[in-house]
Design a protein around this ligand. Structure first.
Ligand code: PGA
Length: 257
């Protein structure tokens, strides 16, 4: 946790969820409004097909709704893509860019991710830029080198603490139930903080650094208490309100210790 930074807990539903699943979002919103609002910001990044309905259902609350990707252009001949303008037009407040599943499945380079982040900022969306090493990169001792490269190349120059958050997601920890050791998260987040502060000054020192990869209610308190971890990006455990709220509750536990 970084003093004075309001944590952000973001759910990433990935390619999961139909309209029938929105009752989970309603339960999350209720739990957030009743008990958690003072401790953290909550964001749920739903599939593009649900953004409009999700935004409508949360419109009178402070729960934010986000997309999971956006095209770099505002419009054009790009079959199947959605622009940041379209996502914002549906009522989204945020967008994830550069998730490792996009980097792997769609061959997105850090240069592309930077352009996508720029598109998010162009329309005023809170933009979450994801980075993280693969298992092979960690095993060969290249983790910090990879983080430095991805961070340097994926972050738009106009990033500020209020408009961009960085998510550190070790690729090998996503959806596997594996998490890095506390010391490894501490090292990675401290390293990112240093790099961001060098590049963005005061803005970099206040930018939210999320940890992602197999965050669950059982490990959230330990992970979220680490210095420079200012929240979480949660995949599988964000699909059910009880799990997601359990993770958010970590911030009450931390506050009370
Ligand atoms: P996970 O996914 O929580 O299911 O590991 C995290 C993510 O990919 O954002």
């Amino acid at each position: 946790m970084t003093p004075k930074i309001k944590p952000l807990v973001a759910g990433n539903w990935k390619m999961n969820g139909l309209h029938a699943s929105l009752h989970e979002l309603e339960a999350m919103t209720k739990g957030y409004n009743t008990e958690l609002r003072g401790f953290l910001d909550m964001l749920v990044c739903v599939p593009a097909t649900l953004i409009h309905s999700a935004a409508k259902r949360t419109s009178n609350t402070s729960v934010m709704i986000g997309g999971q990707d956006c095209h770099i252009n505002a419009s054009g001949a790009h079959t199947g893509d959605c622009s940041a303008e379209m996502i914002a037009d549906c009522g989204a407040n945020a967008v994830i860019v550069g998730h490792s599943e996009r980097r792997t499945d769609h061959g997105e380079s850090s240069t592309t991710v930077k352009a996508k982040a720029g598109a998010g900022l162009r329309v005023g969306l809170l933009t979450i830029v994801c980075i993280g090493e693969t298992e092979a990169e960690r095993k060969s001792g290249r983790t910090l080198e990879v983080l430095s490269e991805q961070l340097g190349q994926s972050m738009p120059d106009s990033a500020t603490a209020d408009t961009v958050a960085v998510a550190y997601e070790p690729v090998w920890a996503i959806g596997t139930g594996l998490t890095p050791a506390v010391e490894d998260v501490h090292e990675a987040h401290g390293f990112m903080r240093k790099q961001l502060t060098e590049r963005f000054g005061n803005e970099g020192s206040r930018m939210r650094l999320l940890y992602g990869g197999s965050v669950k209610p059982e490990n959230a308190t330990e992970l979220m208490a680490i210095e420079n971890v200012d929240g979480a990006l949660v995949g599988g455990a964000s699909l059910k309100a009880a799990d997601f709220l359990g993770i958010c509750n970590a911030y009450r536990n931390i506050k009370n210790t």
